[in-house]
Design a protein around this ligand. Structure first.
Ligand code: NDP
Length: 288
């Protein structure tokens, strides 16, 4: 059997085109959707992520502002910056690039972002609303995976989805979104004994582990849909996912590559959330 490759780059581009049209509409009404990106310190990976996010914003006509703070910034100074951004009319979305330096309380920082501008969907308010199925900003990576499945015509309802990983930003919300679409969901993690006995039951397998080429053929039920969230470097320093693509490709019905799978969708959904925030603000202003 040979599997269909889910092309995240192509699907992402398609969605970005429709987001761009919404940006144009907002501009006609005098609004430029604005994203503020807060970067603390000099982490090279974070710098690359932030640069890509800014570039993607600008490519579709959105405004983006980088707030660069030194590694030794105090917690209070960082919170003050966020409070200031919460008040700004030209900023519709706020993103704080993680991880933050150890002396900063990450939870306090995220909780300070106004829920109306929490386009990463990480704040307790956004997470609570997502759990309750209420209107909110969905965390970009799991939101992107849902779009990949939808655009690839993969039915979720009634399927058994197994998630490997339970982080706050990927694994946990991923399971919730699949559950909301009527999948039966199993979470697995580092304390799960005999992992393959669970993953082999998956119609849809989501790998969000952070370990290079960790998922192999022995984890897969033939014909499963395999979504690889991981972004890792292998022993040759080559970019790779959590799934051993070459080993698994023949067994899966659909599979996402790394790069070019889930990665491009994460930024796409950030753009989507920011435009949504600007649209909501416009509606609110009109109603007042
Ligand atoms: P975390 O390190 O926060 O979480 C990893 C999860 O994997 C944990 O829940 C951990 O379990 C579990 N795990 C670790 N080892 C095993 C094991 N041997 N067996 C089963 N489960 C295990 O990572 P993230 O969720 O933040 O990210 C996961 C991957 O996705 C990374 O490669 C990251 O770079 C990538 N990523 C990609 C994005 C994209 O845009 N494509 C966006 C965000 C992340 P436990 O909880 O027990 O420790």
């Amino acid at each position: 059997m040979s599997s269909a490759i889910i092309n995240g780059k192509e699907i992402g581009q398609e969605i970005r085109k429709s987001v761009e049209k919404r940006v144009e509409k907002l501009k006609e009404q005098g609004i430029i959707p604005g994203l503020a990106v807060v970067l603390v310190g000099e982490n090279p990976a974070s710098k690359t992520y932030v640069a890509n996010k800014q570039k993607s914003c600008e490519a579709i006509g959105m405004f983006s502002e980088l707030i660069k703070l030194p590694e030794d910034v105090t917690q209070e100074a960082l919170l003050d910056q966020i409070r200031g951004l919460n008040e700004r009319e030209d900023i519709h979305g706020i993103l704080v690039q993680l991880p933050l330096p150890k002396h900063i309380d990450e939870e306090a920082v995220i909780a300070t972002i106004s829920p109306e501008k929490d386009v990463d969907g990480f704040s307790p308010v956004s997470v609570g609303k997502m759990m309750l199925g209420q209107d909110t900003y969905l965390p970009c990576t799991p939101f992107g995976v849902m779009k990949l499945l939808e655009h690839s015509g993969i039915e979720v309802a009634g399927k058994h989805a197994v998630i490997v990983g339970r982080s706050h930003i990927v694994g946990k919300p991923m399971g919730q979104l699949l559950l909301q679409k009527d999948a039966t969901v199993t979470y697995t993690h580092s304390k799960t004994p005999d992992l393959p006995s669970f993953t082999k039951q998956a119609d849809i397998l989501i790998a969000a582990v952070g370990r290079a080429n960790f998922i192999t053929k022995e984890h897969i039920k033939p014909g499963a849909v395999v979504i690889d969230v991981g972004i890792n470097r292998d022993e040759n320093n080559k970019l790779c996912g959590d799934v051993d693509f070459a080993d698994v490709a023949d067994a899966a019905s659909h599979i996402t590559p790394v790069p070019g799978g889930v990665g491009p969708m994460t930024i796409t959904m950030l753009l989507e959330n920011t435009v949504q925030a600007a649209e909501k603000k416009l509606e609110q202003d009109k109603a007042e």
